[in-house]
Unconditional design. Structure first.
Lengths: 288, 301, 393
C-alpha cells in the first residue's frame, strides 16, 4: 500500500477546539434555548410583579393596573414586622451554626481524637433526617423547655438542623488547609483556639460564605418551623405570614403576590451578593 | 548549696497528643450536643411515643400494637403511595438540571447571567413558589392560557382540583424548584472536570456521546449522588410548604404525603402518638433511600 | 545557655515503625548542626520532636538543660522554618513576620522595630506590604526565615528550607543562611537530604540512616574519616568508590586481591587499622579524586582498567572504569533510598577537562596511598582505630 506523500494534515479541515464550534449556527441555537429556559425560570417573578400591580377588584375582573395592593399591604399583614422577625431568626441561627460548626470542622479535620471519624459520620448522617420524622418529640421538648412563643426555640431547631451540613462542609474544606500552616502558628505561640480563629477561619471565607448563603435561603424560606415553634403572632416570620394569608378566605391575591415579592427579595439579594463564593466553596467541599 | 538545676520542671502530666485530643473533643462538643439533643434524642423519643396514646401532654403506654393498628389505616397507605409516585419526579429533577448545566458549561455569551437567573428561583421560598404554582395551575391560570393560545381552546384544566392530576401538578412544581440547586451543583461538578481528559478522548477518536458516558458522567457521579440525596430529602421534607400552600393535602388525600400527614395527624387531629409513628416510618424510608443510593451509585464514605 | 541534647530519643509510629532509634546528639549553643541522610532516615522526625510537633516515645530531650519532652512548642522558645514555608496567606509580609511577637503581646513600636531589623538583614524591606502570593519562591523563603529571626529564639529549626528552590537560588541562599546564622549566633538544627548543603553549611554534620545516627563530626572529619561504609558512600560528589575484595597477609605485607590484579597495602595501614586475617573479605574505599590516571604504564602499584563511560562536566571529566580481571570483586554504591547496592566493579575517577579518553580505552590508574579507607565486610564499620569522631553523644 502506498501512502500518499501529499496527504498532509493541512489538507483536511482542522478539528474544532472546545471554545470555537464549527458552526456559528449551533451557538445561536444554544443561546435561544437558554433564553427560553431563562424565561421559564423568571416566570415566578413575572407572576408576582404582574399580579401584584393590580387591585383586588381588577384582578377578579381580569385586568388593570394599580398600586393599591402594595399600598394597602401593611394593613393586611404586618410586613415590616414579619420581615424583621425573619431577619432576626436568620441571623441568630446562622451565627450559632457558624460558631458551632467552625470549631467542629477544625476538630474533625485537624484535631483527631479517638472515634472522631465515627462521631463525624454520625453528625453528617444527621443531614438525612427530615424534620417531620422527629417533629412531634421536637415540638414537645421545645415547648417543655418553655422556648416556644419567642424566637429561641425556632433558632435552636434551625441551628440543629443546619449544623450537620456546615460541619460536613467545614471539615472537608479544612482538610485542604496544609498542616504546616497550623504548625507554624503553633510554633509561633498560638494555642489550638488561636490557630482556629486567627489562621484557619480567615482562609475559610469561601466556605463560610457558602454556608451562610445556603442556610440563609433555607431558614428564611422555611415554613414548618416558623409555623409551629413561634406561637407569638407578633414574632412571626414572613413565610408564615404569607401562608396564613393564603389560607384566608378573604385574601386578595394581588396583595398576596406583593407580600411574596417582598419575602423573596432578601434571599435573592443575599444570593446575588455572595454567589461568587458559592462555586468555590462547593468545589472545595465536594472535591475532597 | 542547693542545686539550681533541681528546679527543672517535671514533664507535665498531659502529653502533646493528649492535649490535642482534648482540644479536639472540646471543639466538637457543642456540635455533638446540639445534634444529639435536637436530632438523635428525638428519634429515640419518637420510638417510645409511637407506642403510646399521646396528645402532647400525657402519654399512655399502649405497646407495639399501635404499629399494627397504624398500618391498617388506609390514609397511611395513600400517603406512602403518594411519596412513591412522587419519587418518579426525581429523575426529572436530576436530568433537567444536568442538561441545563451542560448547556451552561458550553459558555455561551453571557452564561454567567444565565447562571444567576437559573438559580434565582431557589432563593424564593417554597411558600411563594407554591402560591405562584397555584396561580399557574388554576382554572383561570396561566397553564390554561398557554393551552388556549396553542389552539386547544376547548381544553380547560384544573389540575389542582382533581385527585388524578393534583399530584402531577405538585410533582411538576417540585421539579421546577429543584432545578436551581441541582444545576448549580452539576455546574460546579463540570467545572472541576479536567478538560485534558476530554481532549485525550477526542484524540483517541471518541464521539460526543461516548465522551459523555465514559468521562463526564463518572466524574460527576459524586455530584449526582449528592444531588440525589438532597432531592429525595427535599421530597420527603421540604415539599411540605408546597402542599400546605397549594392544596392543603387535597383534594381528599390526593396530595397528602408522609411529611404532610405527620403535620396533619399531630397538629390538626391532636394525635401526637400516631404522628410520631408516622415520623419514624418517614425516617426509615429516608434511610432506605440513602442506603440504596450508596449501593447503586457507589460511595467512598 | 541554649544547647540542645538528645538523649536516647526514640520515636515509634504505630506498632513497630522506628522512625528515630535511640538518637543521642548534642548541639552546642551557637552551633550550626546539620542533620543529613536519605529520605526516611528520621531527620525530619527528629527535628519535629525538637520543635514539639511530634511526641517523643522514649528518651529525653533537653534544651538549655531543661527537659522538654512534654513542653508545648510555644514554651520552648524555638523558631521553625518549614519546607513549604507555611506563610500565613491572609497576612502581609510584615504581619507574617510580626505575628509571633503580636501573640506574645509586645508593643507595636517594638514589633515594627524588630520586623524592620530582620527585613533589613534579609533584604525584604521593599516587600513588607505584599501578600505571600505576590512573592517569588526565594522571597517567600526569606520571609519564612524572617519570621524565625524576629523572635530571637534559643534555636532555629530548619526543615529542608532550600529544596523547593531552583539550583542557582539554592546556592545563593546557602551562603545567606550561613552568613545570617553566624551573624546571629543562635544554635541551629538544619535538616537536608543534600550532602553538599550539609558539607558547606554545617559546623558539624550528623548523618542518619534508618532512624539511627551513623556519625556526627565536622564536615572535614566526616569526609576524611567516615565511620562506616554508608557515610563514606554518602559524602563526596561523586561519592567514594567502595570495592569489595580479599585481603592477603604474607608476613608483614598486606595485599588487596582484586581478581587477578593485586594492590599492595602500605604498612601504615596495618598499624592504624584493624585489618582482618588473611583470606578474609574486606571493603576498600578510595575517593575519585584520589584515583590518579597514569600517562604511562607503571607495573608496580598500578591497576589496569577499561573506560566504560565518560561524563564531561566542563570543569572536569568523570570516567567510569571497570577493573580488568576483577574476578569476584564488586563495587558498592549508595542509592537514594539509603541502601548499599552491589554493582559490577566500576571505579569513578576524575580527569582534567581536556583529557583525551573515550569508551573502550585501557587506562592504568594508581590510588593515592595516603587515602585508603577500609571497612569491615560484614558490619560496614570503618576498620580504623577509633579516635574521637565516632557516633556517640
Amino acid at each position: 500500500m502506498t501512502t500518499s506523500l501529499t496527504d498532509t494534515p493541512t489538507d483536511r479541515e482542522p478539528r474544532p477546539s472546545n471554545k470555537q464550534p464549527r458552526f456559528k449556527f449551533g451557538r445561536v441555537v444554544l443561546f435561544v434555548v437558554m433564553i427560553g429556559i431563562a424565561i421559564v425560570m423568571l416566570y415566578p417573578f413575572w407572576v408576582m410583579i404582574a399580579t401584584s400591580l393590580m387591585s383586588s377588584a381588577q384582578f377578579l375582573s381580569g385586568g388593570g393596573f394599580s398600586f393599591e395592593s402594595w399600598t394597602s399591604l401593611t394593613a393586611t399583614i404586618p410586613v415590616g414586622q414579619e420581615v424583621l422577625s425573619s431577619t432576626i431568626i436568620c441571623t441568630s441561627s446562622i451565627l450559632i451554626i457558624l460558631l458551632i460548626g467552625l470549631p467542629a470542622g477544625f476538630a474533625f479535620s485537624k484535631l483527631r481524637f479517638r472515634m472522631s471519624t465515627l462521631v463525624f459520620l454520625g453528625i453528617v448522617s444527621a443531614m438525612m433526617v427530615p424534620l417531620q420524622a422527629i417533629l412531634m418529640p421536637e415540638f414537645v421538648n421545645v415547648t417543655r423547655l418553655g422556648l416556644t412563643g419567642g424566637y429561641a426555640g425556632a433558632v435552636l431547631v434551625y441551628a440543629a438542623l443546619g449544623t450537620p451540613f456546615s460541619v460536613f462542609l467545614f471539615t472537608t474544606y479544612f482538610r485542604g488547609v496544609p498542616d504546616e500552616l497550623i504548625e507554624a502558628g503553633i510554633v509561633d505561640g498560638l494555642g489550638y483556639f488561636g490557630a482556629l480563629w486567627r489562621l484557619v477561619v480567615p482562609i475559610a471565607i469561601p466556605a463560610i460564605a457558602t454556608v451562610t448563603v445556603l442556610q440563609f435561603i433555607q431558614i428564611w424560606d422555611d415554613l414548618l418551623v416558623g409555623l409551629l415553634f413561634i406561637q407569638n403572632t407578633g414574632e412571626r416570620p414572613i413565610t408564615v405570614g404569607l401562608a396564613v394569608l393564603a389560607a384566608g378566605r378573604t385574601t386578595s391575591i394581588p396583595q398576596l403576590m406583593a407580600g411574596s415579592f417582598i419575602s423573596a427579595l432578601p434571599a435573592m439579594v443575599v444570593y446575588l451578593v455572595f454567589q461568587r463564593f458559592l462555586v468555590k466553596g462547593l468545589t472545595m467541599g465536594i472535591d475532597r | 548549696m542547693t542545686d539550681v538545676t533541681a528546679a527543672v520542671p517535671r514533664a507535665r502530666r498531659l502529653s502533646l497528643r493528649r492535649r490535642r485530643q482534648f482540644a479536639g473533643v472540646l471543639f466538637a462538643l457543642p456540635a455533638i450536643v446540639l445534634v444529639l439533643g435536637f436530632i438523635a434524642v428525638p428519634i429515640g423519643q419518637a420510638v417510645y411515643y409511637s407506642m403510646t396514646q399521646w396528645d402532647g401532654v400525657t402519654a399512655t403506654w399502649i405497646g407495639p400494637s399501635t404499629w399494627s393498628q397504624a398500618f391498617h389505616n388506609p390514609t397511611l397507605w395513600t400517603a406512602l403511595q403518594n411519596n412513591a409516585i412522587l419519587l418518579l419526579s426525581v429523575p426529572f429533577a436530576l436530568g433537567i438540571p444536568l442538561l441545563i448545566a451542560m448547556l451552561l458549561h458550553q459558555r455561551v455569551a453571557g452564561w454567567k447571567i444565565f447562571r444567576s437567573i437559573y438559580f434565582l428561583p431557589t432563593a424564593i421560598s417554597w411558600v411563594v413558589l407554591g402560591l405562584v404554582a397555584e396561580r399557574f395551575f388554576a382554572y383561570e391560570g396561566t397553564l390554561n392560557s398557554i393551552i388556549h393560545a396553542l389552539g386547544f381552546s376547548s381544553v380547560n384544566t384544573n389540575m389542582l382540583g382533581y385527585e388524578s392530576t393534583a399530584l402531577s401538578a405538585l410533582g411538576i412544581t417540585f421539579v421546577f424548584t429543584m432545578i436551581g440547586t441541582n444545576t448549580m451543583l452539576f455546574l460546579t461538578g463540570l467545572a472541576t472536570l479536567d478538560p485534558s481528559l476530554e481532549e485525550a478522548a477526542r484524540i483517541d477518536g471518541a464521539g460526543r456521546w461516548r465522551i459523555f458516558v465514559h468521562i463526564t458522567l463518572p466524574h460527576l457521579s459524586r455530584f449526582i449522588q449528592l444531588a440525589f440525596v438532597m432531592t429525595v430529602i427535599a421530597l420527603f421534607s421540604a415539599l411540605f410548604s408546597l402542599i400546605f400552600v397549594m392544596t392543603g393535602g387535597g383534594p381528599g388525600y390526593a396530595t397528602t404525603t408522609m411529611e404532610f400527614l405527620i403535620y396533619q395527624t399531630g397538629f390538626n387531629q391532636g394525635d401526637f402518638g400516631t404522628a410520631a409513628l408516622y415520623g419514624l416510618i418517614l425516617f426509615v424510608l429516608t434511610a432506605i433511600v440513602g442506603v440504596i443510593q450508596l449501593r447503586l451509585i457507589g460511595s467512598d464514605e | 545557655m541554649a544547647d540542645i541534647t538528645f538523649d536516647g530519643v526514640t520515636k515509634v509510629f504505630g506498632d513497630d515503625i522506628r522512625a528515630v532509634d535511640n538518637l543521642s546528639l548534642q548541639v552546642a549553643d551557637g552551633e550550626f548542626m546539620v542533620l543529613v541522610g536519605p529520605s526516611g532516615c528520621g531527620k525530619t522526625t527528629a527535628l519535629r520532636m525538637l520543635a514539639g510537633l511530634e511526641e517523643i516515645t522514649s528518651g529525653t530531650l533537653s534544651i538549655g538543660g531543661a527537659v522538654m519532652n512534654n513542653v508545648l512548642p510555644k514554651d520552648r522558645d524555638v523558631a521553625m522554618v518549614f519546607q513549604n514555608y507555611a506563610l500565613y496567606p491572609h497576612m502581609s509580609v510584615a504581619q507574617n513576620m510580626g505575628f509571633a511577637l503580636k501573640i506574645r503581646g509586645e508593643s507595636k513600636p517594638e514589633i515594627e522595630r524588630k520586623v524592620l531589623e530582620a527585613a533589613t538583614i534579609l533584604h525584604l524591606t521593599d516587600y513588607l506590604d505584599r501578600r505571600p502570593k505576590a512573592l517569588s519562591g526565594g522571597q517567600r523563603q526569606r520571609v519564612a526565615m524572617g519570621r524565625a529571626i524576629v523572635r530571637s529564639p534559643r534555636a532555629f529549626l530548619m526543615d529542608e528550607p532550600l529544596s523547593n528552590l531552583d539550583a542557582q537560588l539554592r546556592v545563593e541562599m546557602r551562603l545567606e543562611i550561613a552568613r545570617i546564622q553566624r551573624l546571629l549566633g543562635v544554635a541551629t538544627v538544619y535538616v537536608t537530604h543534600d550532602q553538599i548543603e550539609a558539607m558547606t553549611m554545617g559546623d558539624r554534620v550528623a548523618v542518619m540512616r534508618g532512624g539511627k545516627l551513623q556519625q556526627v563530626a565536622t564536615p572535614q572529619d566526616l569526609y576524611d574519616h567516615p565511620a562506616n561504609e554508608f557515610v563514606a558512600g554518602f559524602t563526596g560528589s561523586p561519592p567514594m568508590n567502595l570495592l569489595r575484595a580479599h585481603l592477603e597477609n604474607v608476613d608483614t605485607m598486606s595485599t588487596l586481591v582484586l581478581g587477578r590484579q593485586r594492590l599492595e597495602v602500605p604498612a601504615q595501614y596495618a598499624a592504624s587499622h584493624d585489618l582482618p586475617d588473611s583470606g578474609a573479605e574486606i571493603v576498600f574505599g578510595i575517593r575519585p579524586e584520589d584515583v590518579e590516571v597514569l600517562t604511562h604504564d607503571e607495573a608496580y602499584d598500578s591497576i589496569t582498567t577499561r573506560v566504560e563511560r565518560r561524563e564531561a562536566l566542563g570543569s572536569e571529566i568523570l570516567v567510569h572504569l571497570s577493573l580488568l580481571d576483577a574476578g569476584d570483586t564488586n563495587t558498592f554504591v549508595v542509592t537514594d533510598a539509603g541502601s548499599l547496592v552491589a554493582r559490577p566493579t566500576t571505579l569513578v575517577a576524575k580527569m582534567g577537562p581536556r583529557a583525551d579518553v573515550k569508551a573502550g580505552d585501557t587506562l592504568s590508574v594508581r590510588f593515592a596511598s595516603d587515602n585508603f579507607h577500609f571497612f569491615d565486610a560484614t558490619t560496614g564499620l570503618s576498620l580504623r582505630h577509633q579516635t574521637t569522631s565516632m557516633a556517640t553523644a
